[in-house]
Design a protein around this ligand. Structure first.
Ligand SMILES: Cc1cc2nc3c(=O)[nH]c(=O)nc-3n(C[C@H](O)[C@H](O)[C@H](O)COP(=O)(O)OP(=O)(O)OC[C@H]3O[C@@H](n4cnc5c(N)ncnc54)[C@H](O)[C@@H]3O)c2cc1C
Length: 387
């Protein structure tokens, strides 16, 4: 256990996503008294979303410091880094697997479920308080009171918001709000892709397919359990979900929208929407201000999407959330930063400077992939080599 004034404080992390759980593990390793309040009912709640590639300098660096690389090696998905870039007709222009293997561990892929499991299993029993949907926080003496929809409440000296893009806590730190990127995503999910959508299953080949044309994208990603997730990205006004006249809770209306909007695409893509589970998710894509900053508070900070949500097109969201956790844990235990406020200030300076760079890159990539020359742009990027 490391000696630090932080070890006498009660720390509450709100949100058990990759950012919150990584932070809990890193702090617990140093001896902190930490709880994670997560709204999911229990550890078996379905974790949605595509396979993630973890980057050496961020996601993997955090796992390394957390002492979880062996668990990672036992759970990552060799071969899931296979990528095909295609046009709307499903003609393949790029077909490659990278070096994401157990030896080199460069950008290896892992599904969100196994990543969450590794992190959860690394924590002391009862660290995560499930079924804790935060309603509000309020100042209580030197610390904070957390109020949950269940009627339960909890006290903490330091609160860390890891509650994602719609954080309930962020407004206590800064009034700055994200801006709309101009792109909205419609996300879907197909169980047992080999049976349900065999042609797409073959095309995806255990990895990912990026299809681009007409300033639109369709990204399909295989998961280790035999399912597929996909997201279609289109230019749309910010209030499109409310004003389009489409009921996104009605699967047939979503399918009709896709067939009309992607009308001259290969009908094989229609199969994806037809065979998808009926609960499509529509996600207008926001990005935090690229030059955001604020005065650090003594006992409240945030990380991951709560701090710097951005569109997914540079594959940095989870990696940045985990790197935030790493940097925050180091700052809280840095002997040259004797108060929590100095630690939080140092962390937030690094985090905001890093986001200015990564967020800019992400917005450029988002625009590039949704332009008329998207296919050429992406092919050129892979020719130059990513990074
Ligand atoms: C379609 C799509 C594809 C993506 N693909 C990639 C990718 O390939 N690579 C990548 O790195 N990133 C990707 N991202 C981004 C990535 O998902 C996020 O950046 C990342 O999950 C952020 O982690 P987090 O821990 O900050 O927040 P989250 O993962 O959002 O976790 C927040 C947690 O807080 C909980 N929570 C929320 N509100 C409350 C509350 N009020 N009370 C209690 N608990 C609460 C939630 O249940 C959740 O468990 C993608 C995003 C999308 C939408």
């Amino acid at each position: 256990m490391e000696q630090s004034a932080i070890n006498t404080k009660k720390i509450a992390i709100v949100g058990g996503g990759p950012g919150g759980l990584t932070l809990a593990r890193l702090l617990q390793k140093k001896g902190a008294d930490v709880h994670v309040y997560e709204r999911d009912l229990n550890k078996d709640a379905r974790v949605q979303g595509a396979t993630l590639d973890l980057h050496e300098e961020s996601g993997l660096a955090a796992l390394e410091e957390a002492g979880l690389m062996d668990a990672f090696r036992a759970n990552y998905r060799p071969g899931a880094d296979a990528l095909r870039i295609v046009d709307k007709h499903a003609t393949i222009f790029f077909d490659e697997a990278f070096a994401g293997d157990a030896d080199t561990l460069q950008r290896p892929e892992i599904d969100r479920g196994p990543l969450r499991k590794i992190l959860l299993e690394s924590l002391l029993p009862n660290t995560v308080v499930w079924d804790s949907h935060l309603r509000s926080i309020e100042k209580a003496g030197e610390g904070w009171r957390l109020n949950f929809y269940s009627g339960m409440s909890a006290a903490a000296d330091i609160v860390i918001a890891a509650d994602g893009a719609n954080s309930k806590i962020r407004a206590h730190i800064t009034p700055l709000k994200p801006f709309y990127s101009g792109i909205t995503i419609v996300e879907g999910f197909v169980y047992d892709s080999a049976q349900q959508v065999p042609a797409i299953h073959e095309l995806v080949n255990g990895g990912k397919v990026f299809a681009m044309a007409d300033s639109k994208t369709l990204i399909v990603s295989s998961k280790g359990d035999g399912s597929l997730v996909f997201y279609a990205g289109v230019h749309a006004p910010e209030n499109w979900v409310a004003n389009s006249g489409i009921d996104f809770k009605n699967a047939e209306e979503v399918r009709t929208w896709f067939k009309e909007t992607f009308a001259d695409w290969n009908p094989l893509w229609f199969d994806l929407f037809d065979k998808a589970e009926p609960d499509f998710v529509v996600r207008p894509q926001y990005c935090m201000l690229l030059d955001q900053s604020w005065e650090a508070l003594p006992d409240l900070t945030m990380l991951g999407d709560a701090a710097h949500v951005m569109p997914p097109y540079a594959g940095e969201g989870v990696n940045m959330a985990m790197l935030d956790a790493l940097e925050l844990s180091r700052c809280l235990y840095d002997p040259s930063l004797p108060t929590a406020q100095l630690s939080i200030a140092a962390y937030e300076r690094q985090m905001n400077a890093r986001f200015a760079e990564i967020g800019t890159l992400t917005m450029e990539q988002t625009a590039s992939l949704h332009s008329e020359t998207a296919l050429q742009n992406l092919l050129a990027m892979f020719e130059r080599g990513i990074d």
